[in-house]
Write a protein that binds this ligand. Structure first.
Ligand SMILES: Cc1ncc(C[n+]2csc(CCOP(=O)(O)OP(=O)(O)O)c2C)c(N)n1
Ligand SMILES: [Mg+2]
Length: 631
C-alpha cells in the first residue's frame, strides 16, 4: 500500500506515530507542534496540521498532532526546550516557522537546545527548490552560492541538519532526525529545512513509513574494565567529591546517587542542571559547586584528591573557570553517557548512563567508606541561607528575600524556572530543591527571555505541578509575550517579575571588571554625563502584564509577596506577581571566581585596579592535564 501525501502531510503523520520507550515506559516522541505561520509553512505544514486535526477530531476527539500558536519563534523553541527537559528528554516538540525571519528567529533557540543537550525538532521553511520565482519574499540571495539560504545558519547549531529538496528524500531525513532526537549522547536541536514548494508536493509514500515506531532509549552500561579502573581510583582517594550534573536527572538516577552517597559517605555537590538530583537536606548534599555555588562545596572541591563527575559538562561556572580544584594531585573520574564529556579534565572516562554507571560502580568499591568533616559546615551554611531568606533590610526587599519567600511558598513538586541575570547565581546558592524536577535554571546558554516561554513548556509537560517563572525586568522586556500564548492555551503559570531597573548582574560584574556599571541601568540618559544616570524610567511592567491579559498582583514588601503568591496559587489562571527589589543588595557569596578578562591597558584607574585583581584570580587557574587513570 502506498499513500499519496504531500511532504508536509507525511511529516505530520510520521511524527504522530513515533514513540520513545525507556524502562518499559512508552510516550510520544513528538507530542505536538508549536508554530507561527507565514508564507513558507501556511500552505504546507499549516494545511497538514489542519487536516490532522480534522481527521483526528472526527476519529478520536483528539488532534492527531496538537498545535500551539506561539507569539515569537525564539520563544517557541524555548517552550519546546522546557517541555523536553521536563520530560527528561524522552518526549519533544516540533517547531514550524515561515521562511526567512520566522525561521532565523529560531537560531538562538537552536543553540540553546544544543548547548543544554535537549531535543527539539525544528522545521524552518525554506526557499523554493524549483527557484522559478527567485528571489521570493524574505529570501536572502547569495551572489556566490546558488544553493544556500539563511537556514544554513542552523548547521553549526544543530546536532542533525537536513534539507528536503525532493519528496523522496523525506524518509531518510525523518529517520535521521528521530535517531538523533532520541539518542542521549547526540541529542540537541535537530533541523529539517522544508522548501516551501516541496512542502506542498505530493508523493507516493510507502505504508511502512507511517507504521508505529518505538525508539528504545537505551541505558548504556559501562565497560567492566573501566568500572574496575574507576573504582580503584575512588577506593584510593582520601577526600573524594561527587559532582552531580544534569545527566543524573535526565537518567532518573537520583535513587542510585542517594544510595551511592550514603554507602560511601562521599559529599555531593551539584551544578545548575543537576540541582535537585539530591534533596537539599540530604546528609551528603553540600550545595552548588563553583562560581555560583556554596562556599562549603567550594572548600571541599579545593581539597578533593578525586572528583567523580556524574553527568556534568564541566562548564566554567562549575569549575570556577578551573580554579575550584586545587589539590596538586587531583584526579577526575567522569561518568557520562557522552565520551565527549567523559574525557574532560583528563579524566578517567566511564562512558555510561548515569544510573547504570552508578549501579555498576557501587559494588566495585567493596564497601569503601569515607568519613567527611563537612556536616558542621553545611549546618552553618544553612543558617546563613536562613538569615538571607529573612533579612528584612531597608525599604525594598532583597533578591535573597524574594527567593526565600518563593521557596517557602513552593510545595515539594513545584517548579522554579529561570535563566539569566543575577537570579541564577542567587538561586543556585540559596534555593532549596526538594525534588529532582523542581529546579529548572537554563544555564547552559543563560538566555534572557527563556523564563516565561520555558515555563510554558514545563507546565505543558507536567500540568500537575505549579510552575513559577522568576523573571528579571531585563528578561521580561526582552520576551514577555508568551504570557499571551499561555493565556490562550489556558495554561496557568505564576510569573514573578523582579523589578530592579536594569541589569543587577552585569552591573555588579561591570563594577568588578572596572567598568563602573557603565550602560547597565534602565534610567534616562543624562545629557550632561552621557550616561544612564538620570531618573528612573516611567516603566510599569505590572501594567504591561495586565495589558497582555494577565491577572496581576503588585507587592511592595516580602510579606506582600508571600500573600500575593498565596493568592496566585489559589487562582486557576496565569498570574503575574510584581515586586521591586534593591539592585545593590547582594546575598552571601560563593568564595569562588569566574574568568572574565579585564583590559590589559587602560586610562581608567578602576580598570587598572580590576586588572590587578584579575591577574590574582588567574594565578589559581589549572589545565588539569594529569591523566585520570594513572596512579
Ligand atoms: C539574550 C541575552 N542577551 C544578553 C545577555 C547578557 N546578560 C546576562 S544577564 C543580563 C541582564 C539581565 O537583566 P535582568 O533580567 O533585569 O536581571 P538582573 O541582572 O537585574 O537580575 C544580560 C544583559 C544574555 N544572557 N542573554
Ligand atoms: Mg533587572
Amino acid at each position: 500500500m502506498k499513500h499519496r501525501l504531500t511532504v508536509a502531510q507525511a511529516v505530520v503523520r510520521f511524527l504522530a506515530n513515533q514513540l520513545t520507550e525507556r524502562d518499559g515506559i512508552r510516550q510520544r516522541a513528538v507530542a505536538g507542534f508549536l508554530g507561527i505561520f507565514g508564507h513558507g509553512n501556511v500552505a504546507g505544514i499549516g494545511q497538514a496540521l489542519l487536516q490532522a486535526q480534522r481527521t483526528g477530531q472526527a476519529a478520536s476527539g483528539r488532534a492527531e498532532m496538537p498545535y500551539i500558536l506561539a507569539r515569537n519563534e525564539q520563544a517557541m523553541v524555548h517552550t519546546a526546550v522546557g517541555y523536553a527537559r521536563m520530560r527528561n528528554r524522552l518526549s519533544a516538540m516540533a517547531c514550524t516557522a515561515s521562511i526567512g525571519p520566522g525561521s532565523t528567529n529560531m537560531l538562538t533557540g537552536a543553540a540553546l537546545a544544543t548547548v543544554n543537550r535537549i531535543p527539539v525538532l525544528l522545521l524552518p521553511s525554506d526557499v523554493f527548490a524549483t527557484r522559478v520565482a527567485t528571489p521570493v519574499l524574505q529570501e536572502l540571495e547569495d551572489s556566490r552560492f546558488g544553493d544556500v539560504s539563511v537556514n544554513d545558519a542552523f548547521r553549526p547549531l544543530s546536532k542533525y541538519f537536513d534539507r528536503v529538496w525532493r519528496p523522496e528524500q523525506l524518509p531518510q531525513a525523518l529517520l535521521g532526525a528521530m535517531r538523533v532526537l532520541t539518542d542521549p549522547v547526540e541529542t540537541g536541536a535537530v533541523t529539517i529545512c522544508l522548501p516551501q514548494d516541496v512542502q506542498a508536493e505530493a508523493y507516493e509514500y510507502p505504508d511502512e513509513l507511517f507504521a508505529q515506531r518505538v525508539w528504545h532509549v537505551a541505558r548504556a552500561v559501562p565497560d567492566p574494565l573501566a568500572v574496575e579502573a574507576a573504582a580503584a581510583v575512588i577506593r584510593g582517594a582520601k577526600r573524594p567529591l561527587i559532582v552531580a550534573g544534569g545527566g543524573v536527572i535526565y537518567s532518573e538516577a537520583s535513587g542510585q546517587l542517594d544510595r551511592f552517597a550514603r554507602e560511601t559517605g562521599i559529599p555531593v555537590a551539584d551544578t545548575q542542571a543537576g540541582k535537585g538530583a539530591l534533596s537539599w537536606d540530604h546528609p551528603n548534599a553540600v550545595g552548588g559547586l563553583g562560581a555560583t555555588g556554596s562556599p562549603v562545596a567550594n572548600r571541599l572541591a579545593g581539597h578533593a584528591d578525586v572528583v567523580l563527575g556524574v553527568g556534568t559538562r564541566y562548564s566554567d561556572f562549575t569549575t570556577a573557570s578551573r580554579t575550584a580544584f586545587r589539590h596538586p594531585q587531583v584526579r577526575f573520574v567522569n561518568l557520562n553517557v557522552a565520551s565527549f564529556d567523559a574525557g574532560k579534565l583528563s579524566a578517567l572516562p566511564l562512558v555510561a548512563d548515569a544510573r547504570a554507571g552508578l549501579a555498576a560502580l557501587r559494588p566495585a568499591l567493596h564497601g569503601r567508606r569515607f568519613t567527611g568533616d563537612f556536616h558542621d559546615d553545611v549546618a552553618a551554611w544553612n543558617a546563613t541561607v536562613d538569615r538571607a531568606y529573612r533579612k528584612r533590610s531597608g525599604e525594598l526587599p532583597t533578591q535573597a528575600e524574594v527567593i526565600g519567600v518563593v521557596n517557602d511558598a513552593c510545595g515539594a513538586r513545584d517548579v522554579v524556572v529561570q535563566a539569566a541575570g543575577s537570579l541564577p547565581g542567587d538561586l543556585q546558592r540559596l534555593w532549596r530543591a526538594g525534588d529532582p524536577k523542581q529546579y529548572h535554571v537554563e544555564y547552559g546558554y543563560s538566555c534572557m527571555g527563556f523564563e516565561i516561554a520555558g515555563a510554558l513548556g514545563i507546565k505543558l509537560a507536567d500540568p500537575s505541578r505549579e510552575v513559577y517563572a522568576l523573571v528579571g525586568d531585563g528578561s521580561y522586556l526582552m520576551m514577555a509575550q508568551e504570557i499571551v500564548t499561555a493565556i490562550a492555551e489556558g495554561v496557568k503559570l505564576i510569573v514573578v517579575v523582579v523589578q530592579n531597573h536594569g541589569f543587577a548582574s552585569i552591573g555588579a560584574l561591570s563594577e568588578q571588571v572596572g567598568s563602573q556599571r557603565f550602560g547597565t541601568s534602565y534610567r534616562f540618559k543624562n545629557a550632561q554625563t552621557g550616561d544612564y544616570d538620570g531618573p528612573l524610567l516611567p516603566v510599569d511592567l505590572a501594567l504591561n502584564a495586565e495589558s497582555l491579559g494577565a491577572a496581576v498582583i503588585r507587592c511592595r514588601t516580602a510579606a506582600d509577596l508571600a500573600e500575593g503568591l498565596k493568592r496566585a496559587r489559589e487562582a486557576d489562571h496565569l498570574t503575574v506577581v510584581h515586586v521591586e527589589t534593591d539592585p545593590l543588595a547582594t546575598g552571601p557569596g560563593s568564595d569562588s571566581w569566574w574568568d572574565v578578562p579585564v583590559a590589559e591597558v587602560a586610562t581608567l584607574h578602576s580598570t587598572r585596579h580590576a586588572r590587578a585583581g584579575y591577574l590574582e584570580g588567574k594565578r589559581d587557574q589549572r589545565h588539569h592535564l594529569r591523566p585520570g587513570g594513572q596512579a
